[in-house]
Design a protein around this ligand. Sequence first.
Ligand code: G6P
Length: 614
Amino acid sequence: MCGIVGYTGPKQASRILVEGLKRLEYRGYDSAGIAVREDDEAGGSQKPIVLIKKQGKIAELRKAVPKDMAGHAGIGHTRWATHGAVNDINAHPHLDASGKVAIVHNGIIENYMSLKEMLEKKGVVFISETDSEVIAHLVAYLYRGDLEAAVKAALGQLKGTYGIAVMHADEPGRIVGARNGSPLVVGIGDGEMLLASDVTAMLAHTKRVVYLNDGEVVSITPADFRISDLSDQAIDPKIDLVTWELGAIEKEGFSCYMEKEIFEQPESIERALSGRMDMEYGTVKFGGLNLSKKELLAIQRVRVIAAGTSWHAGLVGCHLFESIARLPAVSELASELRYRNPVVEPETLYFAVSQSGETADTLYAMREIQRRGGSVLGICNVVGSTIARESDGGVYVHSGPEIAVASTKAFTSQLAAFYLVTLAMARMHDMSHHEGVRFLENLKAVPELVRKTLGLRDHIQKIAKKYAHAKDFLFLGRGILYPIAMEGALKLKEISYIHAEGYAAGEIKHGPIALISPDTPSIFLVPNDHLREKTITSMKEIKARGGPVVAIAEEGDELVASIADDYIPVPKCDARFQPFTMVIPVQLFAYFCALELGRDVDQPRNLAKSVTVE
Ligand code: G6P
């Protein structure tokens, strides 16, 4: 969703802002803009702060920004509309009436109507339909020669969530940022400072960062930064070093990020497993669970809270907890759980799963559980993200930055984390040392299995070309592959805009079979365990009604090959690990369908990578 970037230093601010916004494109947005404080000596301009905003892609903004734009401090924003239409006026930054205060804002100001009325009575004229504009006018109204003080005074009157960056024309080189519910990171450079909602926007300039906490305000100048709270108590900064390399946020020869991320999975899964497998004892080692063995042993049930693809990973995780660790487990949609007045029982372990670590639904559900005394472990990718920091412990999945909106490599790394945690729990209950070692051997083989499965690329592309113009698809699986069927349908919907449903194969006779016709292909995920024959029976039911069938099944499965119209043979492995070999073909299938239809694979319409509003 919305992104923020701010820069102050010796370089040309406009170039750094536009480049930073480009890095934030992946989050999803509909318009973008920058505000730059022109240097006094540059003269020329009518107003000391120059504002350029454009509806549409960053490329539009880039065209509108003069190559020689002067100014060494500025703020920029990508907007994902909530209040007001998508147009140049509603795009950020917003200025106050004098044109001296510029702000960018992520989040939602809940009491903006009453503040707007108050300011309008004082003669302030609003020009946009946004809730954010009120911040610019309020800061200007409260300004007495000290921007930091004015911002703090304004924040005292705001209700809602925000990550903001503010400049004042009379304080060249200074940018004030603040956070409450919407991430903001300070980047410490050499003679320059940055602010951003996401470290990817500043990775080209610095790796030394400070993640702001809710309620903190930062004031940056090229040489210095100061963090304090709203009552002006100074806060000692904790400086972190970002481990991501710049290359990780480049396409590196791939046509788009999604393709790159799909093909990176052997390595990203490897990273999720790395250093955590204890082959000698057939168990796992975690650094950050923050739970003693005794506490883990006392766990009687597991609940997972998540959204989207992370929820699907949670569904697989719950299957593992129940079947392997013998713990009852349920994966819940965070947006549902939060408002259900949930019962939080003792001896329950909660997991909040989130690639970004910022998804509002998951974050608020986690806080609700914690308020009721529950312990929540995070399974996150983004280090320093809100869920990672506020959870009671957890596991980083180390997939590296995931830029494409449709999640792929984070999903398989989340799965890897669940396999590890399941093993840890299973080994505390009834899994033997010998079985533990075997389980780890299987897990260790996963990156290679995934690599082999990726070799099916050309075959899958041909099949995708054949079916890409269908209007509806069913993805069908059973047992541990049912969530993978749901994930396959979600991937296809997200990036190709084809309607698809993920269904339990055994359930189709109770309704969805009515949809079957020669125009509605079904993608079957055929397991190699006791559910194989039952899945084949469902395939036959579809074939008998004239529905085309694409079957993803273990290599050498002649029976499946003879029934299906198209067969995708995946490498053989233990049935418990088939989610890894089955998800690759559905990711590739969605990707190639989207390509065939000429869709914007990395930035599909209406979607955002990190959904920070409810
Ligand atoms: C958005 C994204 C999905 C993602 C979901 C959860 O809807 O478009 O791809 O699965 O959020 O995101 P999270 O960062 O919490 O895993």
